[in-house]
Design a binder for this molecule. Structure first.
Ligand SMILES: [Zn+2]
Length: 133
């Protein structure tokens, strides 16, 4: 499946997250002061404003919150908000749909990876039907 991804422009805040993505490790921001996860990762916690934040591993599993199919001259692709089980929401793209079904809110998904044109791996999601990737 082809994903229309753009090359990200790293910032001091996003570079460590993008470096983890190169290893196909999905990370979320984690605050040591309040213990809550956040996304996108940043230099301070959006919940309590503490600066004691780090990148935590994510299992990369969650569910579709909302999605839409975008029609382009190169074919359609699916954009979605995915709520990770870690408690954060990502704007992403969906790949392999559930067997014998269309996407629906609440559909279980797991992280997959797709490369942007410049080679940066980025998280996309596919149906999680309990089989091995
Ligand atoms: Zn916090």
């Amino acid at each position: 499946m082809t994903f229309p991804l753009l090359d990200p422009q790293p910032t001091p805040a996003s570079a460590p997250w993008l470096e983890a993505c190169l290893r196909r490790e999905l990370r979320v921001g984690m605050c040591s002061t309040c213990g809550r996860a956040h996304f996108y990762p940043r230099a301070f916690c959006p919940h309590c404003h503490a600066d004691d934040v780090s990148l935590a591993f994510s299992a990369g599993r969650g569910s579709v919150y909302a999605w839409t199919e975008v029609q382009t001259r190169n074919g359609p692709y699916t954009v979605a908000y995915v709520r990770l089980d870690d408690g954060v929401t990502l704007l992403t793209q969906l790949g392999r749909a559930p067997r014998d079904a269309a996407w629906s809110s609440g559909a279980r998904v797991r992280v997959a990876w797709a490369a942007a044109p410049g080679g940066q791996w980025l998280p996309v999601f596919e149906a999680d039907e309990g089989d091995d990737p």
